[in-house]
Design a protein around this ligand. Structure first.
Ligand code: I22
Ligand code: ZN
Length: 192
């Protein structure tokens, strides 16, 4: 099998395996919908490709996904280079997300913690801080879920050891969540 066929086959196999996660995808999507319905915020964090996923999902909630509805409260904790560099410089890289969670998060908000390994120290620190504040934490994870699997409130563990495959499934799940939010916002007539 050539490289292209192999990548497509591996992608398809991982997406197929997501069918085992459908109940958890539905439950986590419902948690996001409930938070946004009651005026809470969704905070998202992750490193590298997962930082891009955090921004992508936040943009579709604040801007739009498909349906016409109000902009919704979502913040990617990966975008403010002044905050990121100051926190890393003054407190250490491990604190870059936790400090922002402490500053911005409130009880009733949700943190989406994205990590393909489940072992990034700065994401673990953010989860600990969020739970201290009474926030709910959803983990978008991969492999065996790593250290985060047992720490988050709801874990979505994509069953693959390939980082790229895990990331591809994470953004698919993010899009499913956005569709669930769109449907709730339109059918319930959300005005803000
Ligand atoms: O996107 C990729 C590889 O596909 C990388 O940038 C990757 O996201 C980085 O190595 C991250 O630091 C990995 O962190 P994590 O997913 O294990 O938490
Ligand atoms: Zn998208």
């Amino acid at each position: 099998m050539n490289a292209i066929d192999a990548q497509i086959a591996s992608h398809e196999a991982t997406v197929h395996a997501l069918k085992g996660l459908i109940p958890t995808i539905a439950a986590t999507g419902s948690a996001l919908v409930a938070t946004l319905r009651q005026g809470g915020k969704v905070l998202l964090c992750g490193n590298g490709g997962s930082a891009a996923d955090a921004q992508h999902i936040a943009a579709e909630l604040v801007g739009r996904f498909v349906r016409a509805r109000p902009g919704l409260a979502a913040i990617a904790l990966t975008t403010d280079t002044s905050a990121l560099t100051a926190i890393a410089n003054d407190f250490g890289y491990e604190q870059v997300f936790a400090r922002q969670v402490q500053a911005l998060g409130r009880s009733g908000d949700v943190l989406v913690a994205i990590s393909t390994s489940g072992n990034s120290a700065n994401v673990i620190a953010a989860v600990t801080q969020a739970q201290t504040l009474g926030m709910k934490v959803v983990g978008l994870l991969g492999g065996d879920g790593g250290a985060l699997a047992a720490r988050v409130d709801q874990a979505l563990i994509v069953p693959s050891r390939e980082t790229a495959r895990v990331q591809e499934c994470h953004i698919l799940i993010g899009h499913i969540w956005c569709q669930m939010v769109d449907e709730a916002a339109v059918s319930e007539g959300w005005t803000s």
